[in-house]
Design a protein around this ligand. Structure first.
Ligand code: NAD
Length: 454
């Protein structure tokens, strides 16, 4: 497999992918390792995870450089991601023991009743490239803490980062037969689906997620899917600081080049503040520094995947054909690297792909709205259900709308945010199941009920 730097289009490295035979022997060793790993006291398992967190912290600069080189993520954002994902380790340190402890529900009378939480066994973690630290940690750290062995397949666009996880997990004391990172693209993913695993934890596109759900349905094992979104943001007419709202909204749309599952993907702006908001929004977007992602000054780097350029070009052309106006950007930046200009389209409507299909790039469509009712109708007009955000001075007014939306996460005066304290989950085409929080660890265990007659 060739690893290509998306900023320079140079081949960084050629890696040998994992063969079918290797996958078979890796799975056999993970099955063996899981037996003793699950028997270790939770404190010992957590010690390894905490040590892993420390190793990542000690090596943050080198790891950020690898992430930037492989995905084109601007260096400051790579550093932010690696530091930010540490809160998963801390959260597990504080809570995992409590969450995994057996619960006694009836401790008097003739029959006592309790629940024990047992690991699933060897699980697969098939991952995406856009936030490899965040989405990897959300699955494999929680899965390991719960006593599972993990077969980790990073995206083919984040293979080097995946190998770093493996190196530091092993250094931290996680046995080699408890965590293994395999290298390959969708064809290796397919072999993993065909193999005998006790759970499938996937982060990626709706298309692949649906395929996985169908392919493994007959196994009757847990399948968790963290998929894409078309997340809306509504700016109400009562925001006190329109300029600040525009700056925050632009960050939500363009951070990581718009390649976040919970990026703001479409915006609705009240007609009362529309002109002021759009002017401030475009001024902010035009101020972004674009270029070499290894520079700490840069906010917008290249796209990670060349093929996404076509998707963005098609969305721009489709919107312009259907009556949108381009306020900035709209095309590829000539030269080396997969750069696309940060793009703002106005006069958008729901006939346009840019308001309906995931863009996953530096492009945003804006639509003017005349009422909360109209905004709610448009926000709800999607097959996805990951997040929705509202900026407003009035919490009750915002919550009145957010409560009616079929999404896993609702934001008031913030967006594009994940916290280990609360579940991360999608609805409809955004997936099933939850990572993070108590529910995120329960995803990696199976309850066993005890009825103990005395
Ligand atoms: P993708 O679906 O193209 O690939 C994801 C993973 O699936 C990769 O490891 C890939 O090799 C593997 N894969 C591909 N075909 C497969 C097959 N037939 N069988 C098994 N595995 C296969 O997605 P991507 O481009 O890596 O990620 C981007 C998508 O992920 C976006 O839609 C984004 O919104 C979503 N995402 C969601 C979340 C979330 O938490 N909801 C987080 C990050 C990214």
């Amino acid at each position: 497999m060739q690893i290509i730097n998306p900023a320079t289009e140079e081949i960084i490295l050629e890696l040998q992918g994992t063969s079918k035979a290797e996958l078979g022997s890796i799975l056999a060793s993970l099955r063996e390792g899981q037996k003793s790993w699950s028997q270790k006291p939770i404190e010992e398992r957590l010690e390894c995870i905490i040590r892993f967190g420390e190793l990542i912290k000690e090596n943050v600069n080198a790891l950020a450089e690898i992430l930037t080189m492989e995905t084109g993520k601007p260096l400051q954002q790579s550093l932010n991601e690696i530091k930010g994902a540490q809160n998963r380790v801390e959260h597990l340190r504080q809570n995992a023991k409590k969450w995994l402890a057996p619960e006694t529900l009836v401790a008097s009378g003739s029959t006592h009743e309790k629940i024990a939480y047992e690991p699933l066994g060897v699980i697969a973690n098939i991952s995406a490239w856009n936030f490899p630290y965040n989405v990897g940690y959300n699955v494999f750290l929680y899965g390991l803490a719960a006593g599972n062995s993990v077969l980790y397949k990073p995206s083919e666009f984040a293979s080097l980062t995946g190998k770093q996880f493996e190196k530091y997990l092993w250094q931290a004391g996680i046995p080699e037969n408890v965590f293994q990172c395999v290298i390959g693209d969708g064809s290796l993913g397919q072999q993993i689906l065909d193999a005998d695993l006790k759970g499938y934890f996937f982060t990626g596109s709706h298309r692949t997620g649906l395929h996985i759900a169908k392919a493994v349905a007959h196994k009757l094992v847990p399948v968790q899917l963290e998929l894409g979104g078309k997340d809306p943001l509504y700016i109400m007419d009562d925001v006190s600081d329109v300029k600040q709202a525009a700056i925050n909204a632009a960050e939500g749309a363009f951070y990581n080049n718009g390649q976040s599952c919970c990026a703001v993907e479409r915006m609705y702006v009240s007609e009362k503040i529309y002109d002021e908001f759009v002017a401030a929004f475009v001024a902010e977007v035009k101020s972004y520094k674009i270029g070499d992602p290894t520079s700490l000054e840069i906010f917008v780097g290249p796209l990670t995947r060349k093929q996404q350029i076509k998707v963005l070009e098609n969305q721009v052309a489709d919107a312009l054909n259907k009556g949108a106006t381009l306020l900035c950007g709209g095309k590829v930046i000539e030269g080396k690297g997969y750069y696309f200009e940060p793009t703002v389209l106005i006069y958008c409507n729901h006939e346009m792909d840019v308001m309906k299909e995931e863009s996953f790039g530096p492009i945003i469509g804006i639509q003017k709205v005349s009422s909360d009712k109209k905004a709610l109708e448009l926000m709800a007009d999607t097959n996805y259900g990951l997040t929705a955000a509202i900026f407003s001075n009035d919490e009750q007014r915002a919550l009145h709308l957010l409560n009616q939306l079929n999404v896993g996460t609702a934001y008031w005066n913030c967006c594009d945010r994940v916290s280990p304290n609360v579940p991360w989950s999608g609805r409809n085409n955004s997936g099933v199941g939850s990572t993070l929080s108590t529910q995120g660890i329960r995803a990696f265990v199976q309850p066993k009920s005890y009825h103990l007659r005395r």
